[in-house]
Design a protein around this ligand. Structure first.
Ligand code: WTA
Length: 650
């Protein structure tokens, strides 16, 4: 890959409305000043912001310690507490202001003021302490989108415990791997969750994971979200409310060093097991804070709704931490966008007066299919800013979001970032001129560039590797238990310490970035990163499967769909038996990893297309998955007839 062709030619430009220009906090002058300050002294720029935006119990004197690059420490000698910054410091002025508005799947509503949130978090922090959890211990949170998930996260932060959220859609196997890698002491879960009118059990997966290992786990705290019965293991499992009984709603936050790990979050990489991305306290919170101000312009009258689950990084930075750090009101929603009908998102926006709405392109595309009638039934006039994240947004979906949801008055904030970057990296401010499909420019203090494979910086229009040249406060600190992998994955280039993102992109003549996609073997299904390796290993662990290759195929709604190419160690069955095996394998993957990783299609062959040296030729499989003719050079292929076997199955 020297230069990647870009096929998208989008020429429309959308200027901010007069209303936006007049109302937002960051004006063009302010923005120009920030760019100038960051260009002059990057570390000074971030340090000034860290002093201005965060409350430190011990001020820092060191901005950046890069003596052990590519390990970077920010604000090293400072001390602070994230929960204090998100809650306590607002109590003087905002104790009665709403921190969280919650709407459940069934339309049930809960509201928490900052004072109430404070009391809940303190009680739960005391509860965790009473269960023997102290600073540095790892706690797994396996919960649905309910306020208790945020309370649990904040309580961990308050006592200096390191949380690791496992997405509620992940299976017992995936949960077990993460618990064991993190060496966690305690799990916080619920008996189940409510989604789309159904109750979905969760605790069962915890029981299954713990029955297979996870010896480090001493206690499980169970919040009863549904009326369903739940098995409670004597001596290990405790009811949330029983554990909380008698606990004080006062708790003195534990001040920690700026570099103290705030959380681990597991994410997919191209090879092997998921990576435990380790984030810091001070640096992480700074970028979480400022990007909520910069991109979403959050102020006292806003109701901010980020639809992401707390199981993903977006649910950390734009649900659990960032909006609270800036003192905003944020909305949490338990359900799904299509229940009771595909107008639910718009109903929630209307009913709670949502002003800033942040979701994923996959959700927009799914809802766009239902047309404009549903959103038009609701009053969406309070909306002033719309955001997207997770994958490139195609211009068609962008236009629909802009016109139908935003009434052509709300800027579309297309935010490019990753689990590892902690917060937005390339994204417009509300006043930026927009081009549908581009995440626009790198933020002040973020030094992004495009390189060819020899490390030369590329000019306008040429696609290549997206890299970040200088460290920034909220960057990943290491991969838990695997520091070598941290260095190999993110800093693979000779002679420099550029952070290599794993995406390809190009920059146009105006300096706007256009993300082209991943360069590693990672799929992006509905905005979620899935490693092809993980799905392949899951398939191969089935007794009938000898080999498997996974590729992505473009999909209208999901962005990418999972296509599996499988070699069995028995003869390929025919007819109904074949269909039954496909079903079994799909469910197998759902059980091993989770339903989001389920292959959309499975094809069988007697071998995979390999080079003579035994490398699977994935680009050929991609062509077949797309249903296209193979026109590539197949001369290095060991057995070309394999391709026909796979091709003839659809
Ligand atoms: C992709 C999600 C284009 C990208 C916050 C990145 C995007 C990966 C965008 C990270 C966007 C995310 N435009 N692509 N606005 N946002 N991506 O770690 O490939 O789940 O590397 O973090 O999603 O996914 P992750």
């Amino acid at each position: 890959m020297s230069k990647i062709e870009s096929i998208l030619t989008e020429t429309r430009v959308f200027e901010p409305s007069a209303e936006t220009l007049a109302s937002v906090a960051i004006t063009q002058n302010k923005l120009d000043e920030m760019y100038t300050a960051a260009a002059k002294d990057n570390v000074g720029f971030w340090s000034d912001l860290a002093r201005e935006k965060l409350s430190w119990s011990k001020p820092f004197t060191v901005g950046l310690d890069d003596s052990n690059a590519p390990h970077y420490k920010w604000f090293t000698d400072g001390e602070l507490n994230v929960s204090y910054n998100c809650i306590d410091r607002h109590l003087d002025t905002k104790s009665d202001k709403l921190a969280i508005i919650f709407e459940g799947d069934q339309g049930d509503i809960e509201r928490y003021t900052y004072k109430e949130l404070h009391d809940h978090v303190c009680r739960f922090a005391n509860t965790l302490t009473a269960q023997g959890i102290t600073k540095g211990d790892r706690v797994i949170i396996y919960m649905p989108m309910i306020p208790q998930a945020v309370i649990a996260m904040q309580a961990c932060a308050r006592i200096g415990a390191i949380h690791s959220i496992v997405f509620g859609g992940f299976s017992a196997e995936a949960l077990k791997d993460r618990i064991e890698d993190a060496g966690a002491k305690l799990v916080i879960t619920t008996n189940g969750s409510r989604r789309g009118g159904k109750t979905i059990p969760l605790k069962g997966a915890v029981d299954e994971a713990l029955s297979k290992g996870c010896d480090s786990i001493k206690k499980v705290i169970v919040y009863r979200r549904t009326d369903d019965e739940v098995m409670m293991k004597e001596g290990r499992d405790i009811d949330w409310f029983e554990a909380e009984a008698g606990m004080s709603d006062y708790h003195d936050p534990v001040m920690v060093e700026s570099e103290h790990p705030l959380f681990l979050l597991y994410t997919s990489g191209s090879t092997g097991k998921p990576k435990g991305v380790q984030h810091s306290t001070g640096g992480y919170l700074l970028n979480a804070h400022v990007t909520n101000e910069w991109m979403f312009d959050l102020n006292d009258s806003d109701v901010f709704w980020c639809t992401a689950d707390v199981g993903w990084i977006t649910g950390h930075t734009y649900v659990a931490y960032g909006p609270l750090s800036v003192g905003a009101t944020m909305l949490m929603f338990e359900g799904v966008p299509t229940y009771p009908d595909a107008g639910r998102f718009w109903q929630v926006c209307q009913d709670h007066g949502v002003t800033v709405f942040y979701t994923a392109p996959t959700a927009i595309r799914a809802l766009m299919k239902f047309g404009g009638d549903l959103p038009n039934k609701y009053d969406l006039s309070k909306l002033r800013i719309l955001g997207t994240v997770g994958e490139p947004i195609n211009p068609e979906a962008w236009m629909w979001y802009y016109e139908v949801i935003g009434g052509s008055r709300c800027p579309i904030i297309d935010t490019w970032w990753q689990t590892e970057t902690g917060a937005h990296m390339i994204a417009p401010f509300p006043i930026t001129s927009l081009k549908p499909g581009s995440c626009t420019k790198a933020l002040p203090g973020i030094d992004a560039a495009i390189l060819d494979e020899d490390g030369n910086e590329l000019g306008p229009g040429d696609g290549g590797l997206l890299i970040i040249k200088q460290p920034w406060p909220s960057m990943i600190r290491t991969i838990w238990n695997d520091d070598q992998r941290y260095k190999d994955t993110y800093f693979p280039l000779e002679g420099n310490n550029y952070y290599v993102v794993g995406d390809s992109a190009h920059k146009d003549k105006d300096g706007y970035f256009w993300i082209l996609g991943r360069i590693d073997d990672v799929l992006n299904v509905s905005g979620h990163r899935l490693g092809t390796m993980e799905i392949e290993s899951a398939l191969v662990s089935h007794p009938l499967v000898a080999e498997a290759a996974i590729v992505g195929r473009p999909h209208d709604i999901k962005g990418e769909a999972v296509s599996a190419f499988v070699v069995l160690n028995v003869d390929t069955p025919e007819g109904a038996e074949r269909e039954a095996l496909i079903l079994e394998l799909r469910n197998w993957v759902a059980k091993e990893i989770g339903p989001i990783a389920k292959p959309d299609e499975i094809r069988f062959g007697t071998n995979l297309p390999k080079t003579r040296s035994g490398k699977i030729m994935r680009r050929l499989l991609k062509t077949i998955a797309k249903g296209e003719e193979v026109t590539q050079d197949t001369s290095t292929l060991e057995d070309p007839s394999i391709l026909d076997q796979f091709k003839n199955q659809k």
